[in-house]
Design a protein. Sequence first.
Length: 451
Amino acid sequence: PIAMKCVRSALILGLGIVASAREQAAVTPVQKVIELMEGMLAKGKQEKHDEQVQFAAYKQFCDDTTVDKKRAIKEAEEQIEALKADIESHTAHAARLTKEIAEHDADIATWKGDLKAASNIRAIDKANYDATHKDYSESIDALMRAIAVLKKQAHDRPQASFAQVSALKSMSLIPQEAKRVLDTFLAQVSQEPTGLDISAPEAYGYEFQSHGVIEMLEKLLDKFVDERAALEKEEMNSKHAHEMLVQDLSAQVDQATQDREEKSESKAKHLQKKADAEGNLQDTTTMKEADEKYLADLTATCEQKATDFESRQQLRAEELEAITKAIEIIASGAVKGSAEKHLPSLAQKSSSSLAQLRSTSGDRQQRVAAFLQDRARQLNSRVLSALASRAEADPFAKVKKMIKDLIVRLMEEANEEAEHKGWCDTELSTNEQTRKEKTEAVETLHAEIDQ
């Protein structure tokens, strides 16, 4: 904006001096230039102020966003620490439960082995009991039959009826001594006459021998009955002890299995929570890194824009200072007075006269400056020295340099605008062609639909 104003001022300064002198003799070209440059100064100050307001809003955005991102990063760091602690806790719980589950598995395997061993032992004991009980029962039954046979009258039965007594010899429980007695008895019975051939003394001897055998067999019978009862009682106790052992081992297995299942579920929950915490940790870490990168980029961008803003503000201040000084120089008595005196009349003369006047004015300015410098040295006056320097200086030198610089900048902006306009024209043409093609395609489709 300042460059545009300066270019217009340059054009007016180059052409308006003569034109203004011809159209309005009352307003000198110097006054017109001063008015234009004062307008430039006001515009520059306004643009400088607008840029300050805009940058203040942007700086507020930078400050607020920085505070928010730092708070988010801090919260993320705290959350990361908490998640790491949770992961360590769940890992420790899972490891402990794994060890306890392994112990339960070992206990269950041991107790099941004990159950199997107890069942095997019980089966062996039961088989032994059954065999022994069978022997006792068969022996008792045989003894009872033999005793019954022996108690009958000897003469009323045939010899073959002693087979019941002879069967006792095959019983494993019958002692060897009893078997020898039975062998002797049976041998004697087999040699004795039968029927009417038996005399009274012989009959009495038979009765005496059978009575001794019966007494022996009855004692064996009582013994076997007692031993069988003891065996049955022992079997009952053994069976009860086995059942109690099985019940205890089964209860331990069931309890260990239940504990194992509960700990397996708890372990699975801890592992799931650990996995969730690890996922949250990854997401939080990624978000934290993104916030840190965004904060770093934002900080760099804000600092760069602050630097650019300061540079632009300094440049604008220098431009405004240059315009202010140019106004002061043009409005000074040395320039304004000569211009008001000579420019109206000079505007009516030819260009050769103007050139001669400028040359003559320059020579006079140099002579005045030399005279002031000489007097300043003689009188040792700083005021005269400063006045001589000011009189010697070209009042339009800074203005001309500023105008040249602004013209260059304007030409660059014009070139950029021309390039941008060309790009816009190309894009508009392309878009228009695309719209036409799309419109034709739509119309074709509608026509096909209508058919």
